[in-house]
Design a binder for this molecule. Structure first.
Ligand code: SPV
Ligand code: MG
Length: 286
């Protein structure tokens, strides 16, 4: 059913407890994340583009990303935080983006300081950053465009992704907060948490910090909390689990010539009906 009541992302952060977020690309993935107990859903640009078998390279339009995020939010009782890449262009595109996302009921967006068009942070290729000044302009434009006080803008620095220092990441983070950012996302593709941990130890806590521990998966949630993180995003594990599960299921059916071997391990059709809220819909037709 359509969910019209859910907390704002800001209200979760302001509780002061670690906000645990799972990435998704559609309502089904979002609902499964909610049922697993996650506090919010990340509408991931990697996932949304991968679901179309397209690269995470600013190929899809803002409207297509918004559609995906809004479809998730409609099915959820937890908030979506929308990965909005670079804001889809210049300051004007950022303003339009905030108008449209906020009107669609999205309570938090994240924009990153790479050049448009951007490429996924883990892909080998150009990860050039926008100047600090220009990205501050985007943040200020986003904050000026929001119509409710609750709307939450995360500024993501890709300094470490670009091979720059923790010093540069900190300098940018401070500038982004000065420009109005509600939180800072510090991204890293290092194999260990060390550079993110250093960033956190040197951060003065003037705004919450968001992390995406994809390449340092062993960082336990209790240690993440102790390090001073406010929001942790498991951005793409759901998508990767889907790829593995579908591959294995389709391979098994092809190989065996029937689907018996799968029956004990895959969801029953009745579970799918539950995810569709079929019983509630049937009462509407009574
Ligand atoms: C995403 O999930 O799209 C992200 C995180 O932005 S990453 O893929 O690590 O860049
Ligand atoms: Mg992304």
């Amino acid at each position: 059913m359509l969910r019209t009541s859910y907390p704002t992302f800001r209200s979760l952060v302001e509780k002061g407890e670690l906000v645990r977020v799972a990435g998704a690309h559609d309502a089904l993935g979002g609902v499964l994340a909610e049922q697993a107990g996650f506090n919010a859903v990340w509408s991931s640009s990697l996932e949304v583009s991968a679901a179309r078998c397209l690269p995470d390279a600013s190929v899809l339009s803002m409207t297509e990303y918004l559609d995906a995020a809004a479809n998730m939010q409609k099915a959820l009782s937890i908030p979506v935080i929308a990965d909005c890449d670079t804001g889809y262009g210049n300051n004007l595109n950022v303003v339009h983006m905030v108008h449209e996302y906020e009107r669609a009921g999205i309570t938090a967006v994240c924009i990153e300081d790479k050049l448009f068009p951007k490429l996924n942070s883990f892909a080998g290729g150009d990860q050039t950053l926008l100047s600090t000044e220009d990205f501050c302009g985007k943040i200020a434009a986003a904050k000026a465009a929001q119509s409710t006080d609750d709307f939450f803008v995360v500024a993501r620095t890709e300094a470490l992704i670009n091979g720059l220092s923790v010093d540069e990441a900190l300098e940018r983070a401070h500038a982004y907060v000065d420009a109005g950012a509600d939180a800072i996302l510090i991204h890293s593709k290092a194999k260990t948490k060390d550079e993110v941990e250093e960033f956190l130890s040197r951060w003065d806590g003037r705004r919450p910090v968001v992390i995406v521990p994809t390449t340092y998966p062993e960082w336990h949630v209790s240690d993440i909390t102790k390090a001073g993180v406010s929001v942790v995003i498991y951005a793409n594990q759901g998508l990767r689990a889907t790829v593995t599960s579908l591959r294995e299921a389709f391979r098994t059916i092809r190989q065996d010539g029937d689907s018996t071997a799968l029956e004990g391990t895959i969801a029953a059709v009745t579970e799918v009906f539950d995810l569709q809220n079929l019983k509630t819909w049937q009462t509407l037709d009574a």
